[in-house]
Design a protein around this ligand. Structure first.
Ligand code: 16G
Ligand code: MG
Length: 543
């Protein structure tokens, strides 16, 4: 390592005094103007990680659903996964080192992680459409080059597309071609093949309105839609030509406000969906004939997909294990439906894609979705080989068809991470094959009314949780208080957890009616405020 060169270059990307940031649930996120040094340093770190894993590493510049003025950065590990936890710690140390300590911290990480510095390094970089992203990704490149790493800059990509590129490159192209056309072709071919068997149903079934959050999803979907136009016509809204990124639109807005985005024309019973700003989340919704809004969230996506997969799996007669992974935010009705009606095992992990992804890898077929619309289905290598073999070998026509269908499903799901475009195509294929309307899909089960609130406290780390964030172990007395409050309502449940992305505590409550869910959420917020050092205004009842 040429540490002198690092010091010199670093001075051009100097860290503001006293600023400390944390590699959180989805990397570093804050106002774009505070991120230049972090980008440079993540370029350095990506080189070390690449040398250590002898693989290509990805760096994505994005702040997902956050406001346009924000930005962020995260590293992508060799098989398209999120960065390993021990390296998240290295990332935090490196980002917070004062200028004069930077060389020492860099050497430290190299030693701790046993990095062979003579190894070659290769880093792939991409960014979202934020005005600040281009300059910030140049800072990443500066970091990569000063340590002698090679790189390829993909320019504008969705986050899942960068994960896909990393995965392709580290599997010698076996997973697919590491180009944007490679991505379009792989997914579209699987979609067209899968939907061939759908009987032609009316027009309404095959058009979809997509709110692109004024983000990168719009650019990519516009390029891609010609590849699958035989099977589906998508109409883009909030495509970035007028509105501001994530402003009053996008998956996060729709999910948290439980109302449609601005800038989309919804007719009754029309199927619509929203991506978030970097297109790794998707949420569906519609207006019924009475003008009432209905949200079809990540939980319902998991329910649709799992019930769809059960049939061909049963048909091929092979006992591949199927598991569904959710978080504490999963609506109680969805968990009950999956366990009691679908009879599939359901597991709960902590919030954040990496936790769900990890758990889903334990099954032959692991379906994972967060209620907020992050998710995918992972097939183990063994399951994939088995299915591909059966698709070739099986004599009986029906069985072979089922295996072929599963083969297409494998190709259609982005196996590297949750992907709004890939998930959208899977959902559209399933609806077409099953001849289901969005209302029929929504009717799989009825969501329990729920409410989410935020509470400000002096230090959110005074709350610690266990049991996949469903129980608070600290501060003393908080869980007991929550238990007492929950007892007052029917079909109720509540939990609190410190946010991994904002300086607040999140409260979730559900109950038999909206009124009860609202009161429970309010009462739990008050308990947090009193027992966990609330600051500012006390929580107020009513919404
Ligand atoms: C991040 C996570 C998301 C999680 C959210 C929770 C990824 C790619 N994203 O956006 O999965 O739901 O954080 O935020 O992992 P919170 O900790 O503020 O509630
Ligand atoms: Mg996102």
């Amino acid at each position: 390592m040429d540490l002198d060169a690092v010091t010199k270059q670093s001075a051009l990307h100097a860290k503001p005094d006293g600023l400390t940031l944390q590699y959180g649930t989805a990397g570093f996120r804050t106002k774009a103007e505070h991120l230049d040094h972090v980008m440079f340093r993540m370029g350095l770190l990506a080189v070390l990680r690449s040398k250590q894993t002898k693989s290509t590493i990805g760096v994505m510049v994005t702040a997902s659903h956050n406001p346009e003025e924000d930005n962020g950065v995260k590293l992508v590990d060799p098989l398209g996964e999120m960065l390993a936890p021990s390296w998240e710690e290295h990332a935090t140390c490196l980002a917070n080192a004062e200028e004069q300590d930077l060389p020492r911290v860099l050497v430290d990480i190299g030693e701790k992680a046993a990095v062979n510095l003579h190894q070659d390094a290769f880093v792939v970089i991409a960014r979202d459409t934020r005005p600040s992203s281009e300059k910030l990704s140049q800072s990443v490149i500066d970091g990569v080059t000063v340590l002698g790493g090679q790189f390829h800059d993909y320019g504008l990509l969705t986050t899942p597309q960068l994960h896909y590129m990393v995965y392709c490159r580290n599997t010698s192209g076996q997973y697919g071609k590491a180009t944007i056309e490679g991505y379009y072709q792989k997914l579209s071919a699987a979609f067209v093949e899968l939907t061939k068997q759908a009987s032609c149903s009316g027009d309404g079934q095959r058009t979809l309105k997509v709110d692109c959050a004024n983000g990168i999803g719009a650019l990519k979907l516009r390029e891609m839609k010609h590849y699958f136009s035989q099977g589906l016509s998508v109409q883009l809204f909030n495509d970035g030509t007028k509105g501001k990124l994530n402003h009053l639109c996008g998956a996060d807005f729709v999910k948290s406000h439980q109302k449609p985005p601005q800038g989309i024309e919804m007719k009754s019973n029309e199927r619509c969906c929203s991506f978030d700003g970097d297109a790794d989340r998707i949420i569906y919704y519609y207006h019924d004939a009475d003008g009432q809004f209905h949200l079809v969230d990540g939980d319902k996506i998991a329910a649709l997909i799992s019930s769809f997969l059960k049939e061909p799996l049963l048909e091929i007669g092979d006992s591949l294990s199927l598991g569904v992974v959710q978080t504490a935010y999963a609506n109680g009705s969805s968990t009950r439906y999956l366990e009691e009606v679908m009879k599939v095992p359901v597991y709960c992990t902590k919030t954040g894609v990496k936790h769900l992804h990890h758990k889903a890898q334990e099954f032959d077929i692991g379906v994972y979705f967060e209620a907020n619309g992050h998710g995918t289905v992972l097939f183990s290598k063994a399951a994939e080989m088995k299915i591909k073999q059966l698709a070739k070998e099986l004599e009986e026509d029906k069985k072979r068809k089922a295996a072929k269908m599963l083969e297409n499903v494998i190709d259609l799901f982005n196996q590297a991470t949750g992907d709004a475009i890939s998930d959208m195509l899977v959902i559209e294929a399933i609806l077409a094959l099953k001849g289901l309307t969005v209302q029929q899909w929504d009717a799989l089960y009825t969501d329990l009314p729920n409410r989410q609130l935020k509470v400000k406290v002096a230090d959110r780390q005074v709350i610690s949780t266990t049991d996949a964030e469903r129980q608070a172990v600290k501060p003393p007395g908080l869980q007991e208080a929550i238990n007492e409050l929950v007892k007052k309502y029917r079909l109720s449940r509540a939990f609190v957890r410190p946010s991994g992305t904002e300086d607040i505590v999140r409260v979730y409550a559900e109950a038999d009616s909206q009124e009860n869910a609202d009161s429970l959420a309010y009462e739990v917020s008050l308990a947090v405020f009193q027992l966990a050092g609330g600051i500012g205004e006390r929580p107020q009842p009513g919404f």
